[in-house]
Design a protein around this ligand. Structure first.
Ligand SMILES: *Cc1c(COP(=O)(O)O)cnc(C)c1O
Length: 212
């Protein structure tokens, strides 16, 4: 991978005065629950702003990137008996998420890009395959054109794991907004952090409601 891409992921995001004052506003407001009392809190405001920045219709914030992956698979109706294709090189959450909904993760080789090898995907497709989870590792975007083409031809759902790549674009589009659903992580080691946190991204209102 490009040296810059590797070293970027090694740096932990710094938090400082801007985060302190943002958090102080929430504490001063006193409403720590996301729901209730009608008015919109900081979480809802973030979801609206993040959706606008990413250029997608719906954002659902959750407690982690792992939860975002699980919610995305559940939203797509993936469950027991289903197989989900995941790259052999990733963080464990990509394989744990299918297990969490009762599905079976099936490993697919990566190529020199360090992301899922499109040429290796079709050999792993069986009658039980329901979804592909391409992972944009180390800020390196997957070959999404090839992944989407294979998915459409085989009727598979695409859940992009963009947990390590917030802000990265592929052919001008933010990664995480190209597949049917995308997952982001706001863990301390990621590009943009809240300490812990995550988000599901989708343009499909039905999938959004099911993810909720
Ligand atoms: C960090 C990460 C996750 C999970 O994110 P958490 O917020 O730590 O749960 C999932 N997939 C990849 C590729 C990651 O790097």
């Amino acid at each position: 991978p490009p040296r810059a891409a590797r070293s970027r992921t090694k740096q932990m995001a710094k938090v400082g005065l801007r985060e302190f004052t943002s958090l102080a506003r929430v504490l001063a407001d006193g409403r720590l629950l996301r729901y209730g009392k009608g008015s919109r809190g900081a979480t809802a405001a973030f979801e609206t702003a993040f959706a606008a920045q990413m250029g997608c219709a719906h954002v659902l914030t959750v407690n982690s990137g792992t939860s975002a992956l699980i919610a995305a698979l559940a939203a797509a109706g993936i469950g027991p008996g289903d197989e989900v294709l995941v790259p052999a090189y990733t963080w464990v959450s990509t394989a744990i998420a299918p297990l969490a909904v009762g599905a079976v993760p099936v490993l697919v080789d990566i190529d020199e890009s360090l992301t899922i090898d499109p040429a290796a995907i079709e050999a792993r497709i069986t009658p039980w395959t329901r979804a592909i989870m391409p992972v944009h590792m180390l800020n390196l975007p997957c070959n999404m054109a090839a992944v989407m083409d294979i998915a459409r031809r085989h009727g598979l759902v695409v859940v992009e794991d963009a947990c390590q790549a917030i802000g990265v674009t592929y052919r001008g589009r933010p990664v995480g907004t190209i597949g049917d659903l995308g997952a982001m992580s706001f863990n301390h080691h990621k590009n943009m952090t809240a300490g812990e946190g995550g988000a599901v991204l989708t343009d499909d209102e039905r999938l959004f409601v099911r993810a909720q």
